[in-house]
Write a protein that binds this ligand. Structure first.
Ligand SMILES: [Zn+2]
Length: 463
């Protein structure tokens, strides 16, 4: 503690004279080196997914998210070889059905700052590995982590850690993440011994990781040949956490140096649980009781933060609400609202964590999506492909808003972007695109470039 205070004083002492000579744009203090970065991704969530959830929660069309962040922008998401034409999208919204990214290419864009092909994780269109934000953070001595409500070897968490041109290589990806990466926290579904209702299976199912890897995780041996804490010794085996109570306990107090969290459920925390109705599309939100034996995204996020903040060099953490996308592919309005509510709660928990355990001067929070799924709009009778500007209409607090799904797939729509904290104004500078409504947007590849410039002043600032 004393040593760290001294180092801090020394850095400020050195930095001050230089700062005094540097012209300050718009009278603002120069951006400090960012210590911690938290990137939260709602998979598949366009503006109307956020809007529908706000209307469900508030009972009126208030854009609560837009109001609570100093930086609120939009993001283009297309993969390599694609484009986003704001005027064409405005004239004919049906064009948004073409050229959409998948979660693999989008995660690669958000992590590596490059466009790549759909299905590619952490590699360029030529298949050559690109540098992940997490890898950069590791070279700076920081701790890193990924958290998801879907399998941890699924596209978004994997797209921040591995280099693989086949997103469906779940087992190989899990092997890379667990045995070869320097990641310090991995939390996500895919427990082989539980089903989608959180009930024990008669026979384990090894869809997302192979049995030998799971056995080595259980034995506390997995990861032991890596030096995740950069102390020169390759001895950093994973501590496995499975029970909800353990995740809850980990929100505070002593934490393992490396945490692998696998809740006792199969593919998703909640989205795939059996409906009380014949089909989940006919449900009201929360009509089917939630599985109580699995943690929430908030609980998993707080456990991750508690592990990562032990690193005095800071951390980079990606938190994904993975199942808004899964619900949206199925036009499951209620489940989409549930998943977005879980995501919003996690955002609130992270905001509070930063206030209580860190500081907006040293921590940057980014909240965004990887792409839109389902072409969600207001209910517009007799009009296929209405403009996304028609937002879901409130039918009162706690009621499903009036909305319609115009696709079962991803679209090339702009998605929301919010930021708060250290350096967040840099994203506004990077938002050089203009939607016909006047809304500024940046490309998804600019996000990690801006963050890189905040982690290493003088580098990667220009989007
Ligand atoms: Zn999807």
């Amino acid at each position: 503690m004393k040593i760290r205070s001294f180092v801090l004083v020394a850095i400020i002492g050195l930095a001050s004279p230089a700062c005094a000579q540097t012209p300050r744009p718009q009278g603002k203090a120069p951006a400090a080196r960012v210590k911690n970065v938290i990137i939260m991704i709602a998979d598949g969530a366009g503006f109307n997914h956020f809007a529908a959830t706000d209307r469900y929660r508030e009972g009126m069309p208030v854009e609560t998210h837009r109001l609570s962040y100093p930086v609120a922008l939009a993001v283009s998401t297309f993969p390599s070889g694609g484009s986003y034409d704001p005027d064409a999208a405005w004239r004919d919204p049906a064009t948004l059905k073409k050229g959409a990214t998948d979660s693999a290419a989008a995660a690669t864009a958000l992590s590596c700052g490059i466009k790549t092909r759909n299905g590619y994780l952490g590699v360029g269109p030529d298949g050559k590995p690109a540098t992940h934000l997490m890898e950069l953070a590791e070279t700076l001595g920081k701790a890193t982590g990924v958290v998801s409500t879907v399998p941890f070897s699924h596209a978004t968490p994997a797209g921040f850690v591995v280099h693989d041109s086949e997103r469906n290589d779940y087992s190989a990806i899990a092997e890379q993440m667990i045995q070869n990466s320097l990641t310090d926290v991995i939390i996500g579904c895919q427990h082989p011994e539980y089903d989608d209702n959180g009930k024990p299976r008669e026979k384990p199912a090894f869809k997302y990781m192979d049995e030998p890897l799971w056995r080595s995780i259980q034995a506390g041996e997995a990861g032991s040949a890596t030096d995740a804490d950069h102390n020169g010794v390759q001895d950093d085996a994973w501590a496995l956490v499975q029970d909800r109570a353990e995740f809850q306990r980990l929100a505070k107090g002593p934490a393992p140096k490396r945490l692998l969290g696998v809740p006792k459920v199969a593919a998703t925390l909640q989205q795939r649980r059996r409906s009380v109705r014949e089909k989940a599309v006919d449900e009201e939100p929360f009509e089917t009781p939630l599985i109580q034996t699995v943690p929430t995204l908030s609980e998993m996020s707080l456990a991750a933060l508690n592990v990562l903040d032990d690193d005095p060099d800071g951390f980079v953490l990606m938190i994904e609400g993975g199942a808004p996308d899964w619900a949206s592919h199925n036009s499951e309005s209620a489940r989409m609202i549930e998943e977005m509510t879980d995501f919003n709660n996690a955002v609130d928990a992270v905001l509070l964590w930063v206030q209580e355990h860190s500081d907006w001067k040293e921590t940057l929070l980014v909240v965004t999506a990887d792409h839109e799924t389902g072409f969600l709009t207001a209910k517009v009778e007799g009009m296929p492909n209405p403009s996304p500007a028609f937002a879901p209409v409130s039918r009162g607090k706690g009621k499903l808003p009036a909305m319609q799904w115009n696709s079962g797939k991803h679209t090339n729509s702009l998605v929301p972007f919010f930021a708060r904290g250290a350096g967040s104004e840099r994203f506004t500078q990077a938002a050089t695109g203009r939607h016909p409504t006047g809304m500024p947007y940046l490309d998804n590849t600019s996000i990690p470039k801006v963050i890189r410039g905040l982690l290493i002043p003088g580098e990667g600032i220009a989007p």
